[in-house]
Ligand binder design. Structure first.
Ligand SMILES: NC(=O)c1ccc[n+]([C@@H]2O[C@H](COP(=O)([O-])OP(=O)(O)OC[C@H]3O[C@@H](n4cnc5c(N)ncnc54)[C@H](O)[C@@H]3O)[C@@H](O)[C@H]2O)c1
Length: 352
């Protein structure tokens, strides 16, 4: 299946930095868009860059600045450790290259703001891989809430209990470190679910009160457990509990209690129980599934392709990208406030 956007007069030369575990989700998606041509990939591990380049029939580099200086790229996909997203996005934006970065935007809020400002100044797009926003259940629940069918949103809860073993951390030279990953279960795993609730309810977060602990991963520095409450405008609040020492990746469990019903997201599926007795269940369809290739880890959510396709469509059509940097800054602020609250033991106000 190849997607053709418009008359295909607009052909993008695409580059990707970081040929690790998530990169096939990007490269397979790009390959399915007729308007895109994978020009080059980059990884500091030369054998990984070379292997990926052979597979996708493109050039390869071990230094991303060389790649962006030599390849006349239109877009760059950033799939590197968290601490590198900021600099890589800035360097690309300054050269007029559109940026599509993996989550999180950055390790800290000020760097994320810098990314948004630099992209705006250079008139390029910045998009962040919060692909789960496009899950079918999420879209239906957001619509039901935003068009008023569920009445006022009252409170929400998020439960994310996944498995990230000692081996997972020890195999990586950046996971489990404050300076390179920027935290643990909150910034890396629970970030998607926290982003979803904010995206669905479209409310402004005003205060965070959270605690973070490392309970069961003594070989790494960062938190593997967190809980807290996020207060939003209009009285809505969201409680969360997350840890990554469960023995299996359980489906994420999100509930949003509203005046006229309760909406839930369990893994890839959505459910709504209306107070008048009606029920809706939004199942994943076979046609939703995308083949990202064999030997690719199965991540929660199947919408990398949808998000990436929409970014290119919107650039071609001259429209604002939906999952844009400005919007994603709001989630970044919540994530950094959870850390500030957890480390200080105090509530954190977000509008300061
Ligand atoms: N959206 C999702 O659901 C999802 C899922 C998994 C990972 N991710 C995100 O994807 C990103 C990458 O994660 P991963 O699991 O693929 O990590 P990874 O460690 O498997 O891959 C990172 C790659 O970047 C390369 N690299 C490191 N420094 C570099 C540099 N200076 N220049 C070029 N390449 C460099 C490494 O050699 C490695 O191949 C992270 O931001 C992570 O949070 C997102």
């Amino acid at each position: 299946m190849l997607l053709r956007i418009g008359e295909v007069t607009m052909k993008f030369r695409v580059g990707l930095i970081g040929c690790g575990r998530i990169s096939p989700m990007h490269l397979q998606s790009i390959r399915m868009i007729e308007n895109c041509n994978i020009a080059a990939v980059c990884d500091i591990r030369e054998y990984v860059a070379k292997y990926t380049a052979e597979k996708y029939k493109c050039n390869y580099y071990t230094n991303y600045l060389d790649m962006i200086d030599k390849e006349a790229l239109d877009t760059i996909h950033i799939c590197t450790p968290h601490y590198l997203h900021h600099n890589m996005a800035i360097e690309a934006a300054k050269r007029g290259i559109h940026v599509i970065t993996e989550k999180p935007m950055a390790i800290n809020y000020n760097d994320a703001v810098d990314m948004v400002n630099t992209c705006n100044k250079n008139n390029v797009t910045l998009s962040v891989l919060f692909q789960n926003r496009y899950n079918r259940g999420v879209q239906v629940i957001k619509n039901e809430i935003q068009n008023g069918n569920l009445g006022r949103v009252l409170s929400g809860r998020v439960i994310v209990t996944w498995n990230r073993s000692d081996e997972y951390y020890l195999k990586s030279d950046w996971k489990g470190t404050w300076d390179k990953e920027g935290g643990g279960v909150v910034i890396d795993q629970a970030i998607h679910s926290l982003d979803l609730v904010r995206y669905i309810v479209e409310k402004k977060a005003i205060k965070v009160d959270a605690s973070i602990r490392n309970r069961n991963h003594k070989k790494v520095q960062v938190e593997d457990c967190a809980e807290g409450i996020i207060y939003f405008e209009d009285g809505f609040n969201l409680s969360f509990y997350t840890m990554n020492y469960f023995t299996s990746d359980m489906p994420i469990d999100i509930t949003i209690h509203c005046e006229r019903g309760t909406a839930s997201i369990i893994g890839d599926e959505g459910y709504i129980d209306y107070v008048d007795g009606r029920k809706m269940s939004i199942k994943l369809l076979d046609s939703d599934r995308i083949d990202y290739g064999s030997n690719v880890k199965k991540y929660w959510g199947y919408c990398h392709y949808t998000l990436i396709k929409k970014v290119y469509e919107n650039i071609v059509l001259g429209k604002e990208v939906e999952v844009n940097g400005e919007d994603c800054l709001k989630t970044q602020k919540i994530i950094n406030s959870i850390y500030e609250s957890g480390l200080s033991g105090h509530s954190v106000f977000l509008n300061k």
